[in-house]
Design a binder for this molecule. Structure first.
Ligand SMILES: [Zn+2]
Length: 91
C-alpha cells in the first residue's frame, strides 16, 4: 500500500512537481520526469536521485552508453532555464 503522495503542484507556476526528501532533510520540488544521467566532473545539471542524493551530472539523451542511474531535475533549475516569469494569479 502506498500512502505517500509525493506529487504536488508548484505554487509559482502551477506545474506538477515531485517532492523528494534530500539527505539534508529538505523537501525539494523536482520535475516529475525521470531522466537517465551520468555523473561527470563539472556536470552542469543538479540531479536529485530517488534516494535523496543531490549530484552534479549530465543528462543522457541518447539510448546507448553507460549511465550512472536515474534521477530528477530540480524544479527550480528548470524554472531558471525557462527564463520566463509567469505571473501567478494573486489569490
Ligand atoms: Zn514552478
Amino acid at each position: 500500500m502506498r500512502a505517500d503522495n509525493r506529487f504536488g503542484t508548484c505554487r509559482m507556476c502551477g506545474k506538477q512537481v515531485l517532492w523528494i526528501r534530500t539527505k539534508n532533510g529538505k523537501n525539494m520540488p523536482c520535475d516529475p520526469t525521470i531522466h537517465p544521467y551520468v555523473t561527470t566532473l563539472g556536470g552542469k545539471e543538479r540531479i536529485v536521485t530517488e534516494e535523496g542524493d543531490v549530484v552534479c551530472a549530465e543528462i543522457v539523451h541518447s539510448q546507448h552508453g553507460n549511465i550512472t542511474g536515474h534521477g530528477y531535475i530540480s524544479h527550480f533549475a528548470t524554472r531558471q532555464k525557462a527564463g520566463k516569469t509567469k505571473k501567478a494569479a494573486a489569490g
